[in-house]
Design a protein around this ligand. Sequence first.
Ligand SMILES: *[C@@H]1O[C@H](CO)[C@@H](O)[C@H](O)[C@H]1NC(C)=O
Ligand SMILES: *[C@@H]1O[C@H](CO)[C@@H](O)[C@H](O)[C@H]1NC(C)=O
Ligand SMILES: *[C@@H]1O[C@H](CO)[C@@H](O)[C@H](O)[C@H]1NC(C)=O
Ligand SMILES: *[C@@H]1O[C@H](CO)[C@@H](O)[C@H](O)[C@H]1NC(C)=O
Ligand SMILES: *[C@@H]1O[C@H](CO)[C@@H](O)[C@H](O)[C@H]1NC(C)=O
Ligand SMILES: *[C@@H]1O[C@H](CO)[C@@H](O)[C@H](O)[C@H]1NC(C)=O
Ligand SMILES: *[C@@H]1O[C@H](CO)[C@@H](O)[C@H](O)[C@H]1NC(C)=O
Ligand SMILES: *[C@@H]1O[C@H](CO)[C@@H](O)[C@H](O)[C@H]1NC(C)=O
Ligand SMILES: *[C@@H]1O[C@H](CO)[C@@H](O)[C@H](O)[C@H]1NC(C)=O
Length: 415
Amino acid sequence: MARSCRLPRPLVTVHSALALLCLFLGILKIDTLSLNLKNSHNATCLYAQWQMNFTIEYETVNHGLKKVTIQVPSNASYNGSDCGTDGSLPQIQVQFGSGFFWNVNFNRETSAYSIGNISFSYDTSDNNTFPDAKEKVNTAFEVNSVEVPLDEIFRCHSMRTIKEGNVTHNYWDILVQAFIQNDTISKKEFVCNKDSPASTVSTTTLTTEPVVPSKPIPEERPIPGTYSVKNGSNVCLLATMGLQLNITKNKVTSLLNINPNVTDFGGVCLKQTAILWLNDSIIDNLEFLFAIKNGNRFYLKGVNVSLSLVNSSDFTAGKNNLSYWDAPIGSSYMCNKEDTIAVSDTFQINTFDLRVQPFNVMEGKYSTAQECFADSDLNFLIPIAVGVALGFLIILVFISYIIGRRKSHTGYQSV
Ligand SMILES: *[C@@H]1O[C@H](CO)[C@@H](O)[C@H](O)[C@H]1NC(C)=O
Ligand SMILES: *[C@@H]1O[C@H](CO)[C@@H](O)[C@H](O)[C@H]1NC(C)=O
Ligand SMILES: *[C@@H]1O[C@H](CO)[C@@H](O)[C@H](O)[C@H]1NC(C)=O
Ligand SMILES: *[C@@H]1O[C@H](CO)[C@@H](O)[C@H](O)[C@H]1NC(C)=O
Ligand SMILES: *[C@@H]1O[C@H](CO)[C@@H](O)[C@H](O)[C@H]1NC(C)=O
Ligand SMILES: *[C@@H]1O[C@H](CO)[C@@H](O)[C@H](O)[C@H]1NC(C)=O
Ligand SMILES: *[C@@H]1O[C@H](CO)[C@@H](O)[C@H](O)[C@H]1NC(C)=O
Ligand SMILES: *[C@@H]1O[C@H](CO)[C@@H](O)[C@H](O)[C@H]1NC(C)=O
Ligand SMILES: *[C@@H]1O[C@H](CO)[C@@H](O)[C@H](O)[C@H]1NC(C)=O
């Protein structure tokens, strides 16, 4: 039953009667976006209705920063929205104006689904919308997600504001349900915190205040995934890691956590090198190249990434002369603390709960681990060393105090 929603090529029916009416009357500028996706059995599999706008701050040729607020027009297109197939997640895609593109993903978990991984991109080369603009294509990601129990519809009338780089997203009047069962939109609402009666009071008081600073988005730790590569039937490369990509594009920095549940992987193992690649709906390819040095140690030599946001290969970065994750062959490299691989000025990878073994994997298991410095006991020596130094300092001060006292004492006596 659940699978019926995952069939390819769903039929799209967009409810735009209200939107058309508004356009005809020419009164209302803000339109409700609305979408009812059906699968190939003609059963509703994804339903959404919401409003959104965006405030973009962009750099102009010679007048500094300018702000513009973008409303979604009624003739926005929903091409590319679908209920997901075995290889892809359900998603809603909205295109409008000249080069605006918005995307949200839905991810199914055991008893809930998440709504998140929003990406929004725009092209400031449109003279009417962005007069004087200096920069061209730009993308903002929002990786935080909302968790909704399966078979419940998410509702949030309150405004949700997210600031990502140069873009402020506003979302309100949201009603959405993914992974709809039995062609029935749920009557059970999962209401956001802001809508709940307890917080309505505070929202009304807040509206009288001029500026409500938006809360900083908490940084989520990426979930570790285990990736392996086989040579014939034997595992030859093992990697367990939580990965967070730090991408800077047109001066906007975005963090993108890799969700191992929806990430494909593969690779090759050769005598002197080994490659692990990952991909998902946004990442076309993320490659880790391992090499051997001095015949007895391995290390991470190269990293390559290409992301597809609007057009293919929207963002690429790579380097082939790195030197990370160095450990003896026959062992694995481990780092539980957060660590960073600086690939380029525009691309970094933050790793969490890392363990890798790119060569000589025996029976599909990790060999003994060599831990990174951040994890190692040497780290405990630093506070000890500082403590010892402080202790010496105190003793020194004490001694000089005693000596000083004695001197003044004897001096006093001699008078
Ligand atoms: C789906 O249902 C609509 C009406 O509910 C009908 O007009 C259409 O022919 C159906 N399509 C298929 C493929 O069954
Ligand atoms: C949408 O409407 C605007 C005018 O409101 C028009 O310029 C544009 O071409 C339309 N886009 C599409 C895809 O129909
Ligand atoms: C996608 O790429 C094509 C050609 O490379 C370009 O004409 C188009 O404007 C791009 N679209 C966006 C939204 O960047
Ligand atoms: C943008 O608009 C200005 C004035 O309206 C015009 O002079 C200029 O050629 C336009 N630029 C582009 C790239 O269309
Ligand atoms: C869908 O239908 C099946 C059988 O008809 C039923 O067991 C199941 O509870 C239904 N699920 C929902 C969410 O209504
Ligand atoms: C992301 O990268 C930028 C620039 O390289 C850096 O300033 C920032 O601290 C990084 N953020 C995280 C969370 O790693
Ligand atoms: C990934 O899947 C596991 C079990 O299959 C589940 O517990 C976990 O919540 C999922 N995580 C995400 C982010 O989808
Ligand atoms: C990066 O990608 C290019 C082109 O796809 C490839 O030739 C190169 O070997 C890759 N480098 C690494 C380190 O994976
Ligand atoms: C790595 O290669 C880049 C050019 O691709 C070079 O600028 C850089 O200095 C090299 N780094 C090291 C450590 O060799």
